[in-house]
Design a protein around this ligand. Structure first.
Ligand code: 5AD
Ligand code: SF4
Length: 474
């Protein structure tokens, strides 16, 4: 969500005549897009703001803006803790960003623009105060010119007890399908090949246009028909919304990728109950069985919180068991961070010591990484379809060319390592001739995997095959 918001903010500022710069000494405006899901993210913003105090003294006409979830949550506290900040802007006010920056430039007044609190007024007013912002997209502003995120929903109504998102991102609202379609058609015209539909719980998507009620699978069917788009990803899913109909649509609609992010958070029923997740560990295991039985080659990922209020060793071991059972492609594991204003902060003690949270985090990560490695090993010798993005940054850091097999090419020509993703969202790194970069980037190519690391597959492709960029089955 925040990556997309940053991209939209940058696009709207560029359209208003601003330009990105490479270092803060050249900047007239510094904009922080913030996250409030865990304390650590907030601490980082406050310390970055602290470091800018001196900069602002040297450059009093410069503007510092804090936008995003932390702005919505901390409101004017930000001005108190960092008096050199000029603008505080909630995620529901993104649309106003260029106009506010311009007005602060002119009038030199501080601006605080945030949405209503969820309980502070009529539901319709609260919904309206979380303005939707879906400007014209510019693929060149993002990190990847072939892949774009498209928001299909705003907000969340699930109210898991640990989570701040429903307060800072507001009530759940689904975007009209026609708007989503127009945005994706526009992206496709700009050369986008893969779209990732995003929302806090995308599988709750529901929109009635008078004639019919659209669900996520209806969006899939609509996007399937858009020329140019080759892959459809979607995140994040809430476990109880993974209906058979949705799973079958993932299997049957060709562009939909077999990659499912379905956060479970814990393997213990008592913890899940305290978290107010509306399912049991057994139901989640059934869901995993259903996914693996329905979707060939499915890759599932999950989120976990360790050290939630009152979590015992036994409850934690149930989470370890679930990770072993789940065979997740990878998992995102977080130490519980108490969020003031949530039900958990009000009802429970944050009583698991940080050292225990850390140990549990490491243990779970160890179990998961071993599984990720095993699953990646299964790809060795197989050919997968890779949407080639460009030169690999990971390769530059994590491997030397000696551990990559060379392609069938005269060794005198310089080789580069290219990277891309499989349909199941695995990263693949492979060698190519440097002169081929432009020809290969933005194509879906068959790459044969030669060896594997927990988070990366390494492979090679044969030159003859690259001339034909038609996908082969992965
Ligand atoms: N502490 C730690 N992790 C959290 N998450 C959400 N709230 C918290 C919290 N208070 C995690 C959940 C969620 C992911 C996006 O962040 O695992 O799925
Ligand atoms: Fe937070 Fe739960 Fe909503 Fe996810 S589903 S955003 S964890 S409240």
């Amino acid at each position: 969500m925040n990556v997309l918001d940053s991209e939209l903010a940058a696009t709207s500022l560029i359209e208003a005549g601003y330009q990105p710069v490479s270092a803060k000494r050249y900047a007239d405006v510094i904009l922080f897009n913030t996250c409030s899901v865990r304390q650590h993210a907030e601490d980082k913003v406050y310390s970055a703001l602290g470091r800018l105090k001196h900069w602002k003294e040297q450059k009093p006409n410069a503007i510092i803006a804090v936008m995003g979830c932390m702005a919505q949550k901390d409101k004017d506290t930000i001005f108190r803790r960092a008096p050199h900040v000029d603008i505080v802007l909630g995620p529901g006010q993104l649309r106003q960003l260029p106009e506010i920056v311009k007005s602060v430039e002119k009038k030199r007044e501080k601006r605080l623009e945030i949405s209503l609190e969820r309980t502070s007024g009529k539901q319709s007013d609260v919904r309206k105060s979380f303005q939707q912002f879906n400007p014209l997209r510019n693929l060149r502003v993002g990190n990847n010119p072939y892949q774009a995120m498209v928001r299909i929903m705003f907000g969340c109504d699930k109210f898991c007890t640990y989570c701040i998102v429903p307060s800072v991102r507001g009530p759940e609202q689904s975007r009209p399908p026609r708007e989503i379609e127009a945005e994706i058609r526009q992206l496709a015209e700009q050369g986008c090949l893969a779209v990732t539909l995003i929302g806090q719980t995308v599988n709750s998507y529901r929109y009635s246009d008078g004639k019919k009620t659209w669900r996520l699978q209806d969006l899939f069917a609509m996007i399937q028909e858009i020329n140019g788009i080759r892959r459809i990803y979607f995140v994040t899913n809430y476990p109880t919304g993974m209906t058979d109909e949705l799973l079958q649509s993932v299997r049957d609609i060709p562009k939909v990728t077999p990659f499912l992010h379905v956060p479970v958070q814990s393997g213990s029923n008592s913890v899940l109950q305290r978290m107010k997740r509306h399912y049991t560990a057994e139901e989640y295991r059934d869901l995993l069985d259903r996914i693996y039985a329905t979707i060939p080659g499915a890759a599932i990922t999950s989120d976990f919180i360790v050290g939630f209020c009152g979590e015992t060793d036994e409850e934690f071991q149930q989470t370890v068991d679930l990770v072993k059972y789940g065979r997740f492609k990878n998992s995102f594991i977080f130490k519980y961070s108490v969020r003031p204003g949530t039900k958990a902060a009000e009802l429970f003690q944050d009583d698991v010591p940080d050292s225990v949270k850390r140990e549990r985090n490491n243990e779970l990560l160890g179990v998961q990484n071993a599984i990720s490695m095993e699953l990646n090993q299964e790809f060795v010798g197989k050919t997968v379809n890779v949407l080639v993005e460009g030169i690999s940054k990971i390769a530059a850091k994590s491997c030397t060319s000696s551990n990559l097999l060379q392609i069938d090419s005269p060794s005198s020509q310089p080789l580069v390592q290219l990277t891309g993703h499989t349909p199941c969202d695995r990263i693949v790194v492979f060698d190519a001739l440097s002169e081929q970069i432009n020809q290969l980037a933005g194509q879906i190519l068959p790459v044969t995997i030669t060896h594997a690391a927990p988070f990366t597959l390494f492979g090679k492709f044969s030159k003859e095959k690259t001339l034909d960029s038609m996908p082969v089955p992965s």
